[in-house]
Write a protein that binds this ligand. Structure first.
Ligand SMILES: [Zn+2]
Ligand SMILES: [Zn+2]
Length: 294
């Protein structure tokens, strides 16, 4: 009966959204362990820091944020699947925790801060770094790949294109090869397209290049919430999704637009909810570990 009701609800939602899909993070429900079974896939939202700037010009190449201050969150995710645990993006460096003032990396307009370590965030979800079997990196910018070596016994899932770009010379802006050079070669799976992480279609890395040469997003199919898409940096802010704003911070504009097209079509076809990983409003609307989506 419950399944039928859900199906009916989905049908209504699909019809209502057929013309203009409005995937909004505010539609997520806060859930707890009481309503989930052990077999359910659980998606935990983790706090991985803050990024602030006086001038947000990096995040639009059409002058939307020129001269305007921006506040971004940095979020990470842990997906507990019956076959393993995937950490999706590893956030800003834990070295920021305990700093009295936000840190301004040389040559950037960014001010970085962080109040808890990734290990402490995982502990809120009842997980330790040793339990993590897979580390998925949306792209190799430092705010998504720092701390990756906490999981150097896990399998690193990174695109071949971002891997190659990370180790190219001179090192590109925003990249730091030292974040992953501790992984043994047989622990790195360099992806050349989409990747089904656990082999059952529930957790899929999607190739969405443009922001970086091998940028990726993540699709997770949950029992109650349905399909959820994690943006990586395809969008940094909700207006970038709504107005198809391309950031100055990109490596190929045509690829970026093609990835927008693909993402929008997937959202429509799967009736998915979109989480924009750097968007403060999205982050604040989501349940945080130990709560989870399922
Ligand atoms: Zn980025
Ligand atoms: Zn980012």
């Amino acid at each position: 009966m419950k399944k039928l009701l859900i199906a009916a609800g989905l049908l209504v939602a699909t019809v209502a959204c057929a013309e203009q899909p409005k995937p909004a993070a505010s539609s997520f429900t806060s859930t707890s362990s009481k309503s989930a079974s052990d077999a359910d896939i659980k998606l935990y939202v983790l706090d991985c820091g803050r990024i602030e700037m006086e001038n947000g010009m990096l995040f639009s190449d059409s002058y939307d944020y020129d001269g305007k201050p921006l506040k971004l969150v940095d979020s990470c995710y842990a997906i507990k699947h019956p076959k393993g645990v995937l950490v999706w993006d590893t956030g800003l460096s834990d070295g920021l925790v305990g700093k009295a003032e936000p840190v301004n990396p040389e040559g950037t307009p960014l001010f970085l801060s962080k109040s808890t370590t990734l290990t402490d965030e995982l502990a809120k979800a009842g997980l330790s770094p040793a339990e993590v079997t897979h580390v998925g990196i949306s792209h190799m910018h430092f705010d998504h790949s720092a701390n990756a070596e906490l999981f150097s016994n896990a399998t690193l899932l990174v695109s071949q294109a971002d891997y190659d770009y990370t180790f190219s010379k001179p090192t590109p802006f925003g990249f730091d090869p030292s974040t992953i050079d501790g992984f043994k070669a047989d622990k790195i799976n360099k992806l050349k397209g989409d990747h089904d992480v656990f082999g059952d279609g529930s957790v899929t890395i999607l190739s969405m290049p443009g922001h970086t040469p091998g940028h990726q997003a993540l699709k997770v199919v949950l029992a109650d919430e349905g399909t959820v898409l994690l943006s990586g940096d395809l969008y940094h802010l909700r207006p970038n999704f709504e107005k198809r704003i391309v950031p100055r911070l990109q490596t190929n504009r045509a690829d970026y637009i093609a990835s927008f097209d693909r993402m929008e079509r997937i959202l429509k076809v799967t009736d998915a909810k979109l989480i924009i990983q750097h968007d403060k409003g999205d982050f604040e609307s989501l349940p945080k570990a130990p709560e989870f989506l399922h």
